[in-house]
Design a protein around this ligand. Sequence first.
Ligand SMILES: O=C(O)CCC(=O)C(=O)O
Length: 340
Amino acid sequence: MSSENTMEHQQLTPTYTHVPRLEAGSQASLDHLKSEGYVVIANALTPAEAQHSLDLTWDYLEQLGTGIDRTDTSTWGDDRWPVVTSGGIVPALGIGHSSAQWFVRSIPSIKKAFSAIWDDDDLLVSFDGMALWRPTAIDPKWETTRGGSWMHVDQHPITRPGFHCVQGAVSLLPSSPSTGGNILIPGSHKWFADIPELYGERLGRLPESLDHFRFPADDPRLQTTPPIMCHLEVGDMMLWDSRTVHCSSPGIEPATATELAQPSLTRAASLVCMMPKSKASDEVLAQRRAAIKTQTSTTNWSDRFINTDSYTEMQQAENSDRFRLPPAPQLSDYQMDLVG
Ligand SMILES: O=C(O)CCC(=O)C(=O)O
């Protein structure tokens, strides 16, 4: 790592912060999201629902057929683990239609939180993946991407000006300073409109259809407004405006004795995003319905169809045909409404 990068990472070390945990759909949650660019929704899932989602997540990992065993950390190596992108996210290989993801999306308080944001009940859900982090105390190579190198906004600053999307991550495990997690800059959604003027050249290299802009880690505002890593209880849902500068980062403290004694995933976060159906064209709706049969996962956007199996990381992965897809989901009427 160059000394410049080290500086960058030092400056961006997040502060582990206890923020208000607010009720799904409450006015307080909407106000917090609007003023801060993020909000933590308390107990979107009960602890029992979170545990069930975690069990289903392990079912997904084990049925990939590469020999992963939830009880044996020696089977969690890269040779068996599904392909990941930045931030330890498993974005594809059927995870977007796993029982785990469909279970989480179908919990009523998830939709309640998004319906209040949009003031609309007729919503579509993303076919997103999950952030699944393995314990670095067992293998330091499992450390996920550090915050300083991939702070970003998930919206094109020119082609999608203004408010467009709120993204979510539901925590299936408790967080602590040693687990790491989502990090973000409070209030940075208000910086979004300045990006074209401040970073025009960098932006010029971004394809117009790409809703992902890496935010410069040397932006002077980061000196006075550093990132926070919010404390999350099991089942809490972190929501952030796609214009908010964010990413995820590993723990800022070593694993505790308890964590070391019982090695398990350090983070399991279900990515979930809902947007009004009225924003999707008939063509996108047809692609979404077809995606159920092909078990195609997507990004957070449901007004466009973006297949994450086509990500470069997925295309370049060796032997990716060794992974078995999960069984096609059998969806209820409630879930089919979320498909569109
Ligand atoms: O894992 C997280 O909490 C953040 C993931 C992220 O940066 C994204 O989905 O855009």
